[in-house]
Unconditional design. Sequence first.
Length: 228
Amino acid sequence: MADCKLFSVKSCNQIKLNMNLFALLRQHALIQPDTVALSSRHRLATYRKLWSRIERATARLQGEWDVRSGAALAYCGQAHPDAIVLYMALARCGARLVPLEHPALQSQIDAIARELDIKIVLHDDDHAPVGRMHGSAVFKPLSALIMTRCPYQPSAVVEDQARCSLVNIDSVSNGRIRHTGKSLDQITAHIPALSGPRHEIADSLFDQAVFAPIVLPTLIAGGTLIFR
């Protein structure tokens, strides 16, 4: 099979019809292992490293943190590349990610956590979330997800793209939370064509104008996401 670097986004969309995103990432890790998938000021992650981190994160979520299908975890940060690892691992576990990248949402974290029964919030190591968490919910640095090897093996990983994997908060008013959830199938239903193999990400990785139109198509095509 030809190197996926030579594929257009359109042709990768045709492949997507017969292969889920996780299988595509595994394929990239085999076919173009040294191609840079994620690039930031501090480090690079090739497709081989990206998939290895997703597997490690899956094992940690299931084995150490006891994250089960249907659970919800939150991310507070500013478009960190490891948040992609977190999302993919949660989706593999059948769990959901609640991205709280905007300060207005982070200030309402307690109400959001109560509404969605969030037990764990991961945050950029240098970005302490504003607000407090209810009950037994805890903060963890995002680096804790992949910083060390996990002794557990993933169990019962069913890569079902039809399960809800991303929850977007539409509004918070007087303690009432309006939110919508989408599966990977729904998010990737209308992937646009992109020009070029490299695309930049600024402050909000999971915005509707960024995640589906830019992030996922770039990964599907085996391109590089550059985090500023």
